[in-house]
Design a protein around this ligand. Structure first.
Ligand code: G1P
Length: 289
């Protein structure tokens, strides 16, 4: 089992980040010096992915433009001797083979993934949710691929979350397999603390086998009246092997303001251009808070 393809659903309306996301796709908001979507693509590439499909909508063409060449700008940077900037602008366009499909209707995450059926064909594939940014020494997608390959199974990336927070996620019923890897037998989307199956929540990373597409095609709307990927995975894990990986790394939900600011501060602290300055700035600020 070799995972070469990834799907990035990025068709959400960004309603938790308004008004900034009224005309700028939330995936294009800058985290320090790069748009959010670039971190996701870089993780996929670092995990060994070659072909990437972004599921978009009619308001997201800035994303396609970003991963394209921009001859006028590149010529200008070249003439001005701005080699570093030129290199960065080019690098974004050369990261991977990127394909696009539009979701056309906002019908939920499961429906967005179903739109990838023709791109994926008959291969296992990774899914990286566009809002979930990871900071990890081994790319989280790689951690999942390793487990999926080892067990010839689908894999979902999970972490332990507090009971009060579980209703923001899907909860997974797990039994121990080995180390940080568990066997999955059930899951539910946005459970109440009474309904939750465990404190392990899926956090934005998956490796799926193509059997998921037939399931998604026939799925009825679930939580929020939308076609939920979790409902599809619940069926998949009954008939096909599925593991959960308690991944190593820190996850940021950049789809809401607090998560976005946490990521901005952490990434800026780790950035060679801004780290030292920001540390001094924060320490100075803290004295006067
Ligand atoms: C989605 C998924 C959910 C998952 C969450 C975090 O929810 O439906 O199962 O736990 O992402 O990755 P959303 O954040 O879109 O409401």
């Amino acid at each position: 089992m070799k995972v070469r393809k990834a799907v990035i659903p990025a068709a959400g309306l960004g309603t938790r980040m308004l008004p900034a996301t009224k005309t700028v796709p939330k995936e294009m908001l800058p985290l320090v010096d790069k748009p959010v979507i670039q971190y996701i693509i870089e993780e996929a590439v670092a995990a060994g992915i070659e072909d990437i499909l972004i599921v978009t909508n009619r308001a997201k063409s800035a994303m396609d433009d970003y991963f394209d060449y921009y001859p006028e700008l590149e010529t200008r940077l070249n003439q001005a001797g701005k080699e570093k900037e030129l290199c960065e602008v080019r690098r974004a366009a050369d990261l991977a083979n990127i394909f696009y499909v539009r979701q056309k209707e906002t019908r939920g995450l499961g429906h967005a993934i179903w739109r990838a059926k023709r791109f994926v064909g008959d291969e296992p594939f990774a899914v990286l949710l566009g809002d979930d940014i990871m900071k990890a020494s081994v790319p989280v997608t790689r951690q999942l691929i390793d487990a999926a390959e080892k067990y010839s199974a689908s894999a979902v990336g999970v972490q332990y979350v507090a009971t009060e927070a579980i209703s923001k996620y899907s909860s997974v019923k797990v039994s121990p397999l080995e180390g940080r890897v568990f066997q999955v037998s059930d899951m539910n989307e946005k459970p109440t603390p009474e309904q939750m199956l465990s404190n392990y929540a899926i956090l934005g990373r998956y490796v799926l086998t193509p059997e998921i597409f037939d399931i998604l095609e026939n799925l009825s709307p679930g939580y929020g009246g939308e076609i939920q990927l979790t409902d599809g995975l619940k069926q998949l894990c009954r008939t096909n092997p599925m593991v959960a990986v308690d991944f190593e790394g820190r996850r940021y939900d950049t789809g809401n303001l607090n998560g976005f600011l946490e990521a901005t501060i952490d990434f800026a602290l780790g950035h060679p251009q801004t780290g030292d300055w920001l540390r001094r700035f924060i320490l100075d600020k803290a004295k006067h808070l």
